[in-house]
Structures are given as structure tokens and as C-alpha cells.
Design a protein around this ligand. Structure first.
Ligand code: AHG
Ligand code: MN
Ligand code: MN
Length: 331
């Protein structure tokens, strides 16, 4: 994982293409492949943003009637977003394989000369599509482990989160933002809809060390462990603000800017929680740490978990550093 800082101070208002180009100068051996891959993600996100904005008009919000590999209702927009990113990675030629929440197996792009692999949650918070509430996209980029030129396998993806080359998310909301890191700080860009371009709006994002927001699905209180129940009672005693959207991206984004903690603990139904390690937790953990926050599964840093399967879940406790530290004293 790269942990340098940028060698220049990008100005608010810098267009994302220019920012990506400047960021590339900081990587000595960069040949431009990562920059191109990031631009491909940027373009796909703009297309998805357009589809989301039409959701109410064109009935793309409703269910497809089938389930994804996690046995969850698949929305039409889940599939549209999945297909858009696939197209970006197939045609962009910088990705040799990807895993997606919406596909059981890894997907080979045929670009075996590409050195990057991607893990993606194309549409996060899809239960919120129908009700016009913020949703997102989450992505992680890694170097492949197998030799360039060969056909990638699942093994390529079984890497720790700390090996991520870059990670980011898009939040489609009252305005659309793309936030990402290449290990040199976290940068947030806001889409200017009339220009169709993202501009740097949030340089070097830092999570407040301390916060007073807690985000958890309180309806599951009785299914949580006694330790988690005690922590939630502590939040009540402190009169922390309860904020839970049910779109991880949006809950994380708010807490990162304002200071807070997001919890998705194990429940009786989901012994490892619900959040997926490879295309939800890892990307946000990388961003959280780069912004000075923390992310743990209760036992270890999220980024140190050694994955054994591509769709595995992990408990997730993420956000302001002191809040995460304090939570772990309840065990
Ligand atoms: P997805 O829509 O990609 O399946 O993710 C939904 C996730 C996450 O975004 C959210 O925080 C969580 O599910 C909400 O789960 P509950 O409804 O169980 O609280
Ligand atoms: Mn998700
Ligand atoms: Mn999803």
C-alpha cells in the first residue's frame, strides 16, 4: 500500500482528468495505465448517474425478480450499473479480471496483458433506489498476482486490503461525488452536471478524530452480541446522533466528513455481518485509514484480513479513530 503524500497541492476546482494526470507524476514508474483505468471509472460513473436521475421516469428502479449471488433482490439498476462498469473495463483494456457483487464468478475481460484487477459493488444501497435516497458505487483496484499475459484466476483476488493500489466510491445524491485514494491522501470531486465534469471540491479529506454520530441498524438490537448492545446503550447515554441511511457509501461519507462510526455487527442471521469484504469493506477501510480514521472487524484491521473467497463477508466498524478505539474496549 502506498502511503506517500502528494508532491504538489492540488487546487479546489481542478478538473478530475488534470488531477489524475498530476497524481500520476507522483508515481515514478507509472506508465499511465492506472490513470486510464480511473478515467474509465469516471466515465462509467457519469453514465450511471444519468441512469439514476431517470429512475423515476423510466421504471429502472424496480426489481428484476431474480437474486444476486448473496441471495438478495437484484434491482434493474444493479444490473445496469454492473453492465456499465463491465463495458468500461472490457473496452478500457486496463483490467484483466474483475469481481462484482452481481456476479457469482470472476469475470475475465480477455485483456490478459493488463496488470490490474478490480473488485466492485456497482450499486450500493439498492434498496434505496425506489425511494430516491442516496446510493453509491464502491471499487478497489489491485495489481494482479499472476504473470502478465496469462489468464487470471480467483487466486489473483485473494489479497489483503492493504495491497490495494487505489480505492474509491461514487455517491449519487443531492450532488454526485467521486472520492478516491491512491495511497496519497483522500480526494473528493463533485460532478458539475451542466458540464458533465467532476471538479476537486474536497482536497485531503480528514475524518475528525472524535465524533458524535453512530450509524447502525437499530432494528437488529436484540440480535447483536451483549458487547455491541452495551456500546449502543453507551451511544444512547452520550446522546450521540443516530444516523442510518442503509446505503453504506452514504453513511460512511457523512461520518467521514462530520465524525462518526458505522457499525455492521454480526447478527444471528449473518454470523459475519452482511458487508462484503472484497468490494465494500476493503475500499472504505483504505479510504478511512488514508483519512486518519480506522476500520476493524472487531479482531483486526479490515485491511489485514486474509480473504479466502471473493464474496466473503466481514463485520465492519469504521470511522473516527477515537470512536473505533473506544468501541473495541467493549470486548
Ligand atoms: P447493496 O445494496 O450493495 O447490497 O448493499 C447494501 C448494504 C449496505 O449498503 C447497507 O449499509 C446495508 O446493506 C444495509 O443493510 P440492512 O438493511 O441490513 O441494515
Ligand atoms: Mn453494497
Ligand atoms: Mn450492491
Amino acid at each position: 500500500m502506498v502511503t506517500d503524500t502528494l508532491k504538489y497541492a492540488p487546487r479546489v476546482g481542478t478538473a478530475i482528468d488534470r488531477f489524475i494526470a498530476q497524481d500520476q507524476i507522483n508515481s515514478k514508474h507509472a506508465v499511465g495505465d492506472l490513470s486510464q483505468l480511473l478515467r474509465d471509472i469516471v466515465l462509467a460513473s457519469k453514465i450511471i448517474n444519468r441512469e439514476i436521475n431517470k429512475a423515476g421516469l423510466t421504471d429502472i428502479d424496480s426489481s428484476t425478480g431474480v437474486s444476486n449471488p448473496q441471495d438478495e433482490d437484484q434491482k434493474r439498476l444493479d444490473m445496469i450499473a454492473h453492465a456499465r462498469f463491465l463495458r468500461a473495463f472490457f473496452k478500457g483494456k486496463k483490467v484483466c479480471a474483475l469481481i462484482s457483487e452481481e456476479a457469482e464468478d470472476l469475470i475475465l475481460t480477455g485483456n490478459n496483458d493488463a496488470k490490474y484487477i478490480v473488485a466492485i459493488d456497482p450499486l450500493d444501497g439498492s434498496s434505496n433506489i425506489d425511494v430516491n435516497v442516496s446510493i453509491g458505487t464502491i471499487f478497489s483496484i489491485y495489481h494482479r498476482k499472476s504473470p502478465i499475459g496469462s489468464e487470471p484466476t480467483v487466486e489473483d483476488f485473494l489479497q489483503k486490503g492493504e495491497d490495494q493500489v487505489a480505492a474509491g466510491y461514487v455517491q449519487y445524491g443531492s450532488s454526485t461525488m467521486l472520492v478516491y485514494t491512491t495511497g496519497r491522501g483522500v480526494y473528493g470531486f463533485t460532478l458539475e452536471p451542466s458540464l458533465g465534469e467532476y471538479f476537486l471540491s474536497h482536497p485531503i479529506i480528514k475524518i475528525p478524530n472524535e465524533g458524535s454520530i453512530y450509524s447502525v441498524n437499530d432494528g437488529y438490537f436484540n440480535k447483536f452480541s451483549p458487547e455491541i448492545q452495551s456500546y449502543i446503550k453507551y451511544c444512547h447515554e452520550q446522546q450521540f446522533k443516530a444516523r442510518y441511511i442503509g446505503s453504506l457509501v452514504a453513511d460512511f461519507h457523512r461520518n467521514m466528513l462530520k465524525g462518526g462510526i458505522y457499525l455492521y455487527p454480526p447478527t444471528k442471521k449473518h454470523q459475519l455481518g452482511k458487508i462484503r469484504l472484497m468490494y465494500e469493506s476493503n475500499a472504505l477501510a483504505f479510504i478511512a485509514e488514508q483519512a486518519g480514521g480506522q476500520a476493524t472487524d472487531g479482531q483486526q484491521r479490515i485491511l489485514q484480513i486474509d480473504p479466502t473467497s471473493i464474496h466473503q463477508r466481514s463485520p465492519l466498524y469504521i470511522g473516527s479513530s477515537k470512536m473505533v478505539d473506544h468501541l473495541t474496549t467493549f470486548w
